[in-house]
Design a protein around this ligand. Structure first.
Ligand SMILES: [Mg+2]
Length: 391
């Protein structure tokens, strides 16, 4: 009934209260205090992350900030600094990349890792130790044989621990738990099941399928399989990806070259971030332009050496734009990097090399900001209102 014994080990690595933990790490005066990172109460903002100290007061993420501050008036409230959290996230993913190339990034603070069967638990303990020692961040890792059980294992282990939930332990450890513990089962489904006398995961695992079909239709099988700890979803690792791209269509055609360059810079930063997060280097950069008559061109350039540098991607894009910009205005601008390959050899063979590389990257980023400034970005954003990336 329970499958998955033969597959690889899967880890779900989830940083605890990530934004709040970064703030507490970087501002020692906030340690031990309830910290809330979120949107301003004045503009109906919501809580993005809160520290475990704030959770004791009932504060939760996605709660209106105004409500959170009512519950916990003494909380340290911070608007957050997404650029800084992204840099820290890159450092964390770079550490994961030293242990395995099998990585599926779920979000800024969550990734699945794959290891050969039998190697996962030891790797998890080592990753936990390295993240604590090098980055001083709390991390929870769930270890199992599939993504579902790894996720549940991490929920059970939180915060700041390594936990396992092996398929053979599902009857003893998972089946006595209530339905809320099962990812993907919403409150409405839980209520429906409770009404027909199913309140534990074990009862759901044993329920007649035709009964479940009345409530879940075609999904009944998947729901019952997850109650039995079965999940066949593969890791969607980034190294299987051939190219990554960013595109922006303007709501009104744009004739300002500076604004176009600012968009290209933002796109280059996002592409650089995504490459570094996946431990990848790109060989080619291509620029896509659409003119007001809908004519669309793409122009490629192969780089002298593979890169994950924001600055190099941006400079290449800028040169391609200067060469092929044609006649304004422009309707769409896009950037794509391709010819992707693993950029982790350095990290595998030489840990001091890794540190050096990260230092270089940070310098490049700082230079980029110094040279072109947040002001340009800000101006472009206010001009063009590109969608903010959701983290
Ligand atoms: Mg987290």
């Amino acid at each position: 009934m329970i499958s998955g014994r033969d597959g690889p080990d899967i880890l779900l690595c989830d940083l605890d209260a990530f934004f709040a933990s970064v703030e507490q790490r970087d501002n020692p005066q906030y340690r031990g205090l309830p910290v809330i990172v979120g949107g301003s109460p004045a503009s109906r903002g919501v809580v993005s992350t809160c520290s475990y100290e704030a959770r004791k007061f009932g504060v939760r993420s996605a709660m209106p900030t105004a409500r959170a501050l009512q519950l916990c008036p003494e909380a340290v409230f911070l608007p957050g600094d997404m650029a800084r959290y992204r840099r820290v996230s890159e450092q964390v993913f770079a550490i994961y990349g030293r242990f395995t190339p099998e990585m599926e990034i779920v979000s800024i603070d969550e990734a699945y890792l794959g290891f050969p069967a039998g190697k996962g638990e030891a790797a998890a303990k080592e990753i936990h130790r390295v993240v604590r020692e090098e980055l001083m961040l709390p991390l929870t890792i769930g270890v199992s044989r599939n993504k579902l059980l790894a996720k549940i294992a991490s929920e059970m282990a939180k915060p700041n621990r390594v936990g396992t939930l092996w398929p053979e332990d599902v009857p003893a450890l998972l089946w006595p738990r209530t339905l809320e513990m099962l990812p993907g089962l919403g409150p409405a489904s839980v209520r429906k099941l409770n009404r027909i006398g199913i309140s534990t995961i074990g009862q759901l695992a044993a329920a007649p399928l035709d009964l479940l079909q009345k409530y879940f239709g075609n999904s009944a099988t998947v729901v019952q399989r997850s109650a039995r700890g079965i999940d066949d979803r593969p890791l969607e690792t980034i190294h299987k990806v051939k190219s990554i791209s960013e595109e922006k269509t303007f709501s009104k055609d744009l004739a300002d070259e500076k604004a176009i360059r600012a968009v290209l810079m933002a796109q280059a930063e996002n592409l650089g971030y995504r490459l570094r997060s996946g431990g990848l280097l790109a060989r080619t950069v291509s620029l896509k332009l659409r003119f007001s008559d809908f004519r669309t061109i793409t122009r490629d350039r192969t780089l002298p050496a593979p890169t994950d540098s924001d600055l190099e991607i941006y400079q290449t894009a800028r040169e391609l734009f200067a060469l092929h910009k044609g006649r304004p205005p422009w309707r769409l601008v896009g950037l794509r990097v391709a010819g992707l390959g693993s950029g982790q050899q350095l990290a595998l063979f030489d840990s001091s090399g890794t540190a050096k590389k990260e230092e270089d990257l940070a310098q490049v980023r700082d230079r980029l900001r110094e040279k072109y400034g947040g002001a340009v970005l800000y101006r472009a954003r206010s001009l063009l209102k590109p969608k903010r990336k959701k983290d």
